[in-house]
Design a protein around this ligand. Structure first.
Ligand SMILES: *Cc1c(COP(=O)(O)O)cnc(C)c1O
Length: 426
């Protein structure tokens, strides 16, 4: 049996951990079968507890953009650890990482570090509400901004996979302040602003969506919501937890040339450690405690080991001018080759891609929002997933997720991947 030890470990885990996992999508519920229990990873590969190795296209859901266990990040982090694990005081490192982030991300003067993308988005919304003194927010169907109450309304990622995009436990009081529109639908957003005049604090959006599969925004849509925010004195929040330091050093703002008012980060920013951040211009960030009245705090926020891993990762990315082109070109090669193979086999498909994010949908139609993604054939996706897995290729275990291409994936890994795709039949 391929996954013998993983299967036994999964069974055991379910006795002590709900569903055997500490984050739902890891349970493989959407695709079925046994989640891989991983014991180590290096470069482009992860090794499971049955000693099988896999080309990794999940990369911890994005953070490992340089590949696993990058030697420089590893060395810097070990060195940092020798000075202590956590102090609960300011450290010079926090200023260093903040200086780097504010110097490369457009339109921000200040940044506050937190411990996850969820925390970053939750705090960004509170700041936007405090700043505008309004309650309502606009979010898009299928976008995922972490698991805090305001966002679990038609949420993407694991929430979509398990058929409860609206989570029980979110009060109606909270839900009523979250207004919804379909992604890429400017008219729907306009209507929300007309119906809720003077009440909308912010629009929050994944500027390149990745939690309903990869969905690319139209330029007119992003420009349109930017203009609506400006006209209505609402803030535009770009949730760049996935796209930040992946699509460009300045994230989707730089890549697409649209300015947001508040930006949130996670994933790559921590280099594999639990880090998130939110940032904005001074005039907005001044509202945050201890300067202003909007409260936000964290015992482990700015943890020195996480900061060192993040700073080293960001510095490596920033110093490598070709990195984004390289991983984008790997992604393009994969996209075109997979598409050619499927076309030859007569398999209906759409591959959405921007930069180093990509998703394969089994459908003939364009996929521009959550409903389109839901209409794709997810049984076919699940077959594809298991076929790749059994051939040593690890993609996300759901048709509502994105591939994250790392810089460790080279032509050898691409060829292995295409070899596996060639033997796939529906
Ligand atoms: C992953 C993700 C989050 C949540 O981040 P966590 O670190 O899992 O809390 C929020 N927004 C987007 C766009 C994400 O991809």
């Amino acid at each position: 049996m391929l996954y013998q030890r993983s299967s036994a470990l999964f069974k055991d885990a379910q006795n002590y951990i709900p569903g055997g996992v500490n984050s739902p999508v890891r349970a493989f519920k959407s695709v079925g079968g046994t989640p891989l229990f991983i014991k180590k990873a290096e470069g482009a590969y992860m090794m499971d507890e049955d000693d099988r190795s896999y080309v990794d296209y999940i990369n911890s859901w994005g953070p490992m953009i340089l590949g696993h266990t990058h030697p420089e990040v590893l060395a810097a982090t070990i060195e940092q650890m020798k000075n202590g694990f956590s102090f609960g005081t300011p450290t010079e490192l926090e200023t260093e990482i903040a200086r780097l982030i504010t110097s490369v991300v457009p339109g921000i003067d200040m940044v506050r570090m937190v411990n996850s993308g969820t925390e970053a988005c939750m705090s960004a919304i509170r700041l936007a509400r405090g700043y505008t003194q309004r309650d309502k927010i606009v979010k898009f169907e299928g976008c995922y901004h972490g698991h805090s109450d305001s966002f679990l309304i038609k949420a993407g990622s694991g929430a979509a996979t398990f058929g409860n995009p609206n989570s029980p436990g979110v009060t109606q009081g909270t839900a009523k302040d979250t207004l919804l529109a379909p992604y890429n639908d400017l008219e729907a957003v306009k209507a929300l602003f007309e119906q809720n005049k003077g009440e909308i604090a912010a629009i929050i959006i994944e500027p390149i969506a990745g939690n309903m599969g990869c969905i690319v925004p139209t330029q007119a849509f992003l420009q349109g919501i930017r203009a609506l925010c400006t006209e209505n004195n609402a803030l535009l929040i770009f949730d760049e937890v996935m796209t930040g330091f992946r699509q460009a050093m300045g994230g989707a703002q730089e890549k697409l040339g649209i300015d947001a008012d508040i930006v949130t980060f996670g994933k790559v920013i921590g280099g594999g450690f639990p880090v998130g951040a939110f940032a904005a211009r001074k005039e907005i960030m001044n509202h945050l405690a201890p300067l202003g009245a909007v409260y936000q705090a964290g015992t482990l926020s700015g943890n020195p080991i996480a900061m060192r891993a993040g700073l080293t990762t960001l510095t490596l990315i920033n110093n490598d001018r070709e990195l984004f082109n390289r991983i984008e070109s790997t992604t393009e090669i994969l996209d075109k080759a997979i598409s050619a193979i499927f076309t030859e086999k007569g398999i209906a498909h759409r591959i959405n891609r921007l930069g180093s994010m990509m998703s394969v949908f089994f459908t003939e139609d364009e996929v521009n929002n959550f409903d389109d993604a839901a209409k794709a054939n997810h049984d076919s996706f699940n077959k594809f997933f298991h076929h790749l897995l059994s051939h040593g290729i690890y993609i996300a275990p759901s048709g509502y997720e994105t591939w994250f291409i790392s810089d460790a994936i080279k032509s050898l890994e691409v060829e292995k991947t295409l070899e596996a795709v060639r033997s796939f039949n529906l």
